[in-house]
Design a protein around this ligand. Sequence first.
Ligand code: R5P
Length: 296
Amino acid sequence: MQQHTLLYRDDFASMGKHLASLLDLRHALIDHHTFPDGESYIRLSNIPPGNIWILDSLYPPNDRIIELILSAHKLRAEGVSSIRLVSPYLPYMRQDTAFHEGEVVNARAIGKLISAHVDEVITVDPHLHRIHDLNEVFYCETTVLHANDQIAAWIGLNLESPVIVGPDSESQQWVSLLAEQLEAPYVVFKKERKGDRRVSIEYAGINQISTGTPVILDDIISTGVTMANAGKLVFEHTGKHPVGVAVHGIFSGNATEILHKAGFSKIITTNSLPRKGNQIDLVPLLADTLAEKING
Ligand code: R5P
């Protein structure tokens, strides 16, 4: 039987060790250094033959995608049988069309680039909106997992009478699914993005939201502006402190501060990106998926 080895960087060590112990996998750290000029150094020693699983959410994206390419180059040179990327968060998926003349469609360019280096990408709730299927932009195998069972379980255990609120039309897909699972009402707002940190949101559904605990659900918190503006509107209209839930918590810049000021009672995220305070663990979901793939 072929060996399977899980590799991860230091920021994924806790998740990697947990995953490896559940699956009884050989595992190792990817040794990394940044040279003074910003270039990356990767060292992978004693690579065993067989199948390699790389656990990494490619964040920050530019550096980590290059480091994935460097790692894959070394692994191929060592003659491993396969390289599979387990990337709980997948970057570069939001620029999924050319909104203005001359713009690059990042999802297509990066999907093609990553596909040239790995045999499969396994991810959780990628930002699929105008592109409906990862296979439209990746040429390797892809597996898309969803965190809605884990999110529904957390809400079911911790909140009374949730009302699920989507901050924009893109969130409709997650919001409607979660509401159905929880047998809860839902409302979706309208958002217009005017810049990286400028979004305006149109409120809707005061009657539904007033009946329970407002839970604002989005796939990604990046600058936090979408979540914060939706939260402020809910508080202004209902006097209730909403709970913010996102699959992927990037929290760039002063996101934590603006969310704190927006009146949320809690902000809940999965551990797709390593951060102290993530409450929803994706390891069981990843372990079940990898076990199925490894054991056929
Ligand atoms: C985009 O439509 C996504 O679903 C999120 O709403 C967005 O990425 C959130 O970004 P930010 O936190 O910067 O407002």
